[in-house]
Design a protein around this ligand. Structure first.
Ligand SMILES: NC(=O)c1ccc[n+]([C@@H]2O[C@H](COP(=O)([O-])OP(=O)(O)OC[C@H]3O[C@@H](n4cnc5c(N)ncnc54)[C@H](OP(=O)(O)O)[C@@H]3O)[C@@H](O)[C@H]2O)c1
Length: 240
């Protein structure tokens, strides 16, 4: 993808990885639109970066995804890049009382929203890039976040197909595959052990410059290249 002069929608762009990407894309001379549920946080980011356009939106709801798309089509019909970054991570066990309700919410945000947005945004004539954020857990599940891991496997698989399906339309489909990074994903402090977002973002931009379509970093690079024995060992290590 071109790294400058885009108009980019980053879902979940007010925190964590989305915010890290937003800050870097601003520096590279792009127009950045962010969305998320927390209005106060969106305002705070828009105040810090006056060029940022912020839109409150709950992507778990199909009607709000459609509303977001209609607003983009009317106000920002020159959008070139959709970054499906928003996601949640539920730490839970299948025997928990509210397991199914939480799983449904996770599936709505991590799977239904990005595939719905992809289908809607393909109608924009200016769109040339879709970026899906998956995870190193796409390859090896962490059983404490079993449904989350499975949503990321789904999105890894779907991203491979999407790239193939839209290749004749000159739309590039990029997969960002982060390892664990220090964000508030899943709850405060759970990811304190992990590297900072900035290290990942710097590597993402290096790899985008090289034209890579599957962007990995550290553990996710290792897992993407791993054979069955290594994946099995990694599963045992992570879940013992
Ligand atoms: N951090 C990691 O270790 C890691 C590793 C691999 C992959 N990832 C992936 O990276 C992506 C970003 O996560 P992060 O680590 O940066 O965590 P984060 O800071 O919690 O970011 C998630 C973002 O998604 C937004 N979001 C969640 N539910 C939403 C909804 N229903 N509607 C609209 N926006 C919603 C959140 O905003 P609101 O809460 O305001 O809605 C938030 O800005 C996720 O897809 C995650 O799975 C993260």
């Amino acid at each position: 993808m071109n790294l400058s002069n885009n108009k980019i929608l980053i879902t979940g762009g007010a925190s964590g990885i989305g915010l890290g990407l937003a800050e870097r894309f601003i520096k590279e001379n792009n127009t950045v639109i962010i969305c998320g549920r927390r209005e106060e946080l969106l305002k705070e980011i828009a105040n810090k970066y006056p060029s940022v356009i912020a839109k409150q939106c709950d992507l778990s709801l199909p009607a709000e995804r459609e509303g977001l798309f209609n607003w983009i089509r009317e106000e920002h019909g020159d959008l070139t890049v959709l970054i499906n970054n928003a996601g949640i991570q539920q730490w839970m066990s299948v025997s928990d009382e509210n397991f199914y309700e939480r799983a449904r919410e996770e599936i709505a945000i991590n799977i239904e929203a990005p595939i719905h947005l992809a289908s809607l945004f393909l109608d924009l004539k200016s769109l040339d890039t879709i970026v899906n954020v998956t995870s190193g857990l796409s390859f090896v599940p962490l059983t404490k976040v079993a449904v989350y891991s499975a949503t990321k496997s789904f999105m890894h698989s779907f991203t491979l197909s999407l790239r193939h399906l839209v290749r004749d339309r000159n739309i590039e489909v990029i997969e960002l595959i982060p390892p664990a990074l220090n964000t508030d994903l899943g709850g405060k402090s759970l990811h304190d052990f992990a590297p900072p977002v900035i290290d990942f973002v710097n590597s993402v931009f290096e790899q985008l410059k090289e034209g890579r379509l599957e962007i990995t970093f550290g553990y996710s690079e290792a897992m993407m290249k791993a054979g069955p024995d290594e994946l099995r060992k990694s599963f045992e290590r992570m879940n013992s």
